[in-house]
Design a protein around this ligand. Sequence first.
Ligand code: FNR
Length: 181
Amino acid sequence: MEKKIAVLVGSLRKEAFSRKIANELIRLAPKTLKMEMVEIGNLPLYNEDLDVNSPKEWMNFRETIKNSDGVLFVSPEYNRTIPGGLKNAIDVGSRPPGKSVWKGKPAAVATTSPGAQGGFGSNHNIRQAVVFLDVPMMQQPEAYISKVHELFMADGKTVNDKTENFLKDYMLAFEKWINHF
Ligand code: FNR
């Protein structure tokens, strides 16, 4: 059966390596996964006061996640942790109390960095946040995509063969994970 997967990218810049990797994960995903990029850059900053009458962007986002069968986070690391925009999206989806859209939603996280550590801190801080939200997060394979700027072919979009194989295997594991639920 086809499963709808929301793809959330932690960087808001147009030429983001994390977005390029997310695009490649979408391209390489097994056919049973219907991958949809969900934009988070337009979400007003979470403020409990506004939840009396939630902004429409929050409502649309919550609805989109609610209607998904799974979530794929692809993110860089900012100051050794989660970029603020992505943390905001996680917070928006988690409220109001008792109405979190994350609960039970299977997920996976891939982090990227031009540096050597592949966004390890960001990866594990995303994992930390979703433990509280009762998101079953795929444990293996882990994806810390280091030296990300060196992984692309001359077109600047397509990854090299070795990376493609890794991303393909990652998505096959993700498909299996999603189908547990
Ligand atoms: C960074 N960068 C960075 N890289 C890293 O490996 N660990 C880190 O803690 C940080 N911290 C950090 C903070 C801020 C505010 C910025 C803007 C950048 C560098 C970062 O990995 C690099 O700019 C990436 O290219 C950003 O990801 P995208 O936009 O290419 O996906």
